[in-house]
Design a protein around this ligand. Structure first.
Ligand code: ADP
Ligand code: ZN
Length: 726
């Protein structure tokens, strides 16, 4: 459909389902739809919500067209947003309806919120003044509209007093609009006095926002250098220009502290957006974002698909974080797509990180992004001194996982009444259970992974499909009783060891599968920040962003863990994670220490962390990628084929490979077993498509899929452009 000359008899409607094109519907007489209108249409026996789209829909004979059922009273999706949806669909090779589905999450939100009836003071006076009437007039003197019961309650009178005043014309009936989900933030509320390179960075961001054109700034500075304060200036500048702002955060567990901090700066909270919102709140936030009532949203990656009315800035905090990648239905990286959205709509983006992704660093080095660097921690806060513990020289005592050096440092921290954090990126008690007699290992019945013992729960659990069974006492293989051993540590096991060393210390274990979910986690994090724990043991949930003022020791239990898999991104990931977790120490003036337990203290990642020479690490890593033609110097995509049988999955993968076009700048590897070759009973094979920097990966894969065998039966094919691990 054409925006300037809407055709009033038929319209293409994009429906949230996996179809390659919009469907055509008849527009009933008297209904006026434009591209972007949100409508309800019949689909088979159901009614579904869809969006009137641009261009032409599926060709259908006019007499066969079914009519649009309803036009919702809701602002239409604007043109940049529609182009963004089309762009993401093209780039990720996902049907446009599936991308639009991420924007249309809350069906009830399409109906306007109800206005309520209220009362407002007129210029008339009551015929006779009583004490009760005078109280009512006092309360209503603010000139605002009140509900009948609200006014009666505030004045401490019965509703009949109000009714009496209304009959006399002292109050008139008015309609009160729905209350905003959050108050309006005030850009001038509590501005921080920026210092040194902070002011330079903020001035440059302000200038970008004022200009209101597309550009990308990589805001690069160690944890605690003031990146948040600096990008708050960009937020303030956007608010002053009456633009809406989106701040993306990688982790829901982080939002709470962030909302408070935002409120301290702007006098009101931003609206939050993530999967944990109550449905009613979700609908209201969605609606108020489209209407422009909500000015700032802080949210998880899915917030990128909210149809803002007048978005003028996106901030991607911790831009390197793998949580920005969605690997389900539509595979996309919210950081990259944020840049695309800003490019299409013409406004600036800020990517903030203490450990930028190699991709963003290269973009900055090559001049596509600007780079603003904050060089040190703010005020007297000093970075922790960092050291490795060579586990070959100072091994833990038998059966333990903590070196005496680390235990000694924990003891000293306890004596100083300061907090320690032990970090191990492994949930549960032990990653593997085996029988000491016959060597049987307990694996998941439907995945190619070992079961992880969760001792608090008394279960063996699969971390991929959720399969759980009671921890057995007898080996199912040889029948021996009570000879099962736990191999390797998870955080529960570390907690056990810590309690053995420090029985009187207050110890907290934190991980994503803790009972009580996000709420409980938030309370625990607040308790830690208030100093209500001495020792915290956690997975990567505790690595990110938190500010624990009294934490002066961070111990990484197994710094080598992330390096073990053969992934070319392993070094980058490990560097980022270790920098981030050690950055939890010394957020205030106190002297602090980070200790890395490792068997490879000479590894470049350990050296980079300990020396604090991040630049050298990036140089090396970038040179290495360039030599190997890996991203961002070359392009990658995964084509994942899964099926109920191994042979089917592999066979289909082979068939696809045979139908790959012959071109000079792209080649296909595989099919090989995917990194996890069996999940929930489905076998997975992967083709790796590797191309030169300017290669047309999408065109290539599209052709391969259309000329290759069609997925039948249990076979499913998923495309992952720019895979996280390769
Ligand atoms: P980052 O986002 O880089 O980790 P923050 O913005 O969180 O850094 O800053 C770290 C701490 O220092 C915060 O408590 C912040 O309020 C404080 N801070 C940073 N810069 C300033 C400033 N110019 N004035 C006052 N406080 C600041
Ligand atoms: Zn499983």
């Amino acid at each position: 459909m054409d925006e300037d000359s809407p055709n009033n008899t038929a319209a293409p409607v994009l429906i949230p389902m996996p179809a390659e094109r919009a469907y055509t519907y008849a527009v009933p007489p008297g209904m006026r739809v434009v591209p972007g209108s949100i409508v309800q249409v019949p689909l088979g026996p159901r009614q579904v919500a869809g969006v009137v789209w641009d261009g032409a829909g599926e060709q259908i004979a006019a007499k066969k067209l079914r009519p649009i059922n309803q036009l919702f009273d809701c602002p239409p999706i604007d043109r940049p947003m529609r182009r963004f949806i089309d762009w993401v669909s093209h780039y990720t090779l996902s049907p446009p309806g599936m991308v639009a589905r991420m924007m249309l999450r809350a069906p009830e939100a399409f109906e306007p919120e109800c206005w309520t009836e209220g009362l407002q003071r007129t210029a008339l006076l009551p015929d006779r003044m009583t004490a009760a009437r005078s109280r009512v007039l006092d309360v209503a003197a603010d000139g605002l509209a009140w509900t009948r019961s609200g006014l009666a309650h505030a004045a401490g009178v019965s509703s009949t007093v109000i009714d009496g005043l209304k009959t006399q014309g002292v109050f008139e009936t008015v309609m009160i609009p729905p209350r905003p989900v959050v108050a309006a933030p005030d850009p001038a509320y509590a501005r921080a006095e920026l210092v040194g390179d902070q002011s330079e960075a903020a001035a440059s961001l302000r200038a970008s926002v004022a200009k209101g054109a597309f550009d990308v700034t990589l805001l690069d500075g160690v944890t605690g250098s003031g990146k948040t304060e600096v990008y708050f200036e960009a937020v303030a500048a956007a608010l002053e220009k009456s633009k809406q702002v989106l701040i993306l955060l990688p982790e829901i567990a982080l939002t709470h502290a962030f909302l408070e901090r935002f409120q301290d700066r702007f006098g009101a909270k931003p609206a939050e957006w993530h999967s944990d919102l109550a449905p009613k709140t979700r609908e209201r936030v969605w609606r108020q974002v489209t209407e422009g009532t909500v000015r700032v949203v802080a949210g998880a990656r899915s917030a990128l698909f909210l149809p803002f009315k007048e978005l003028g800035l996106i901030v991607v905090d911790e831009e390197h974080d793998p949580a920005y990648k969605q690997e389900d239905r539509v595979f996309y990286n919210a950081r990259d797509m944020a840049v695309v959205r800003a490019h299409i709509a013409g406004f600036p983006v800020v990517l903030a990180s203490a450990t930028p992704s190699v991709e963003s660093r290269v973009n900055a080095d090559q001049g596509r992004y600007r780079r603003a660097v904050l060089s040190g921690r703010f005020a007297e806060a000093a970075l922790p001194s960092l050291r490795t513990i060579d586990m070959r020289r100072t091994p833990p005592s038998r059966g333990g996982f903590l070196s005496p050096v680390l235990v000694g440092a924990m003891k000293e921290a306890l004596e100083r009444q300061e907090q320690s954090l032990l970090f191990l990126n492994r949930r549960g008690y032990a990653p593997l259970t085996l029988c000491r007699v016959c060597g049987h290992r307990f694996g998941c019945p439907v995945c190619s992974s070992w079961l992880v013992e969760h001792r608090f729960r008394g279960q063996l659990v699969c971390h991929h499909c959720g399969h759980a069974e009671k921890t057995p006492e007898v080996c199912p293989e040889c029948g021996t009783f009570d000879h099962l051993v736990a191999c390797g540590p998870g955080i529960e096991r570390i907690a056990e060891e810590v309690v053995g060393h420090f029985p009187d210390a207050r110890t907290i274990v934190l991980s994503s599968d803790m009972m009580g979910g996000v709420r409980r986690l938030r309370l625990e994090l607040e308790a830690i920040a208030k100093g209500e724990a001495d020792i915290v043991i956690g997975t990567q949930l505790v690595a990110k962003g938190h500010n624990f003022p009294n934490m002066t020791l961070v111990g990484v239990v197994d710094a080598d863990l992330g390096l073990a898999n053969g992934d070319p991104r392993a070094a980058e990931r490990t560097f980022q994670l270790l920098s981030q977790v050690t950055g939890r120490a010394g957020r205030t003036g106190k002297k602090s220490l980070g200790l890395l337990q490792t068997y490879q203290p000479d590894h470049p990642v350990m050296q980079a962390i300990v020396s604090g020479d991040a630049e050298r690490f990036y140089e090396r890593e970038i040179a290495e990628r360039e030599r190997a033609g890996l991203p961002p110097f070359g392009r990658l995509a995964g084509v994942i084929v899964s099926a109920a049988s191994r042979a089917e999955a592999e066979g289909h993968g082979r068939g696809l490979r045979r139908s790959a076009p012959q071109v000079a700048d792209i080649h296909v590897l595989g099919p090989a077993e995917a990194p996890l070759s069996l999940i929930a009973g489905r076998y997975r094979f992967r083709l790796l498509v590797q191309g030169e920097r300017r290669a047309d990966m999408q065109g290539f894969i599209r052709q391969m899929l259309s000329e290759g065998p069609k997925p039948r039966g249990s076979i499913r094919v998923q495309v992952d452009i720019d895979p996280q691990s390769f």
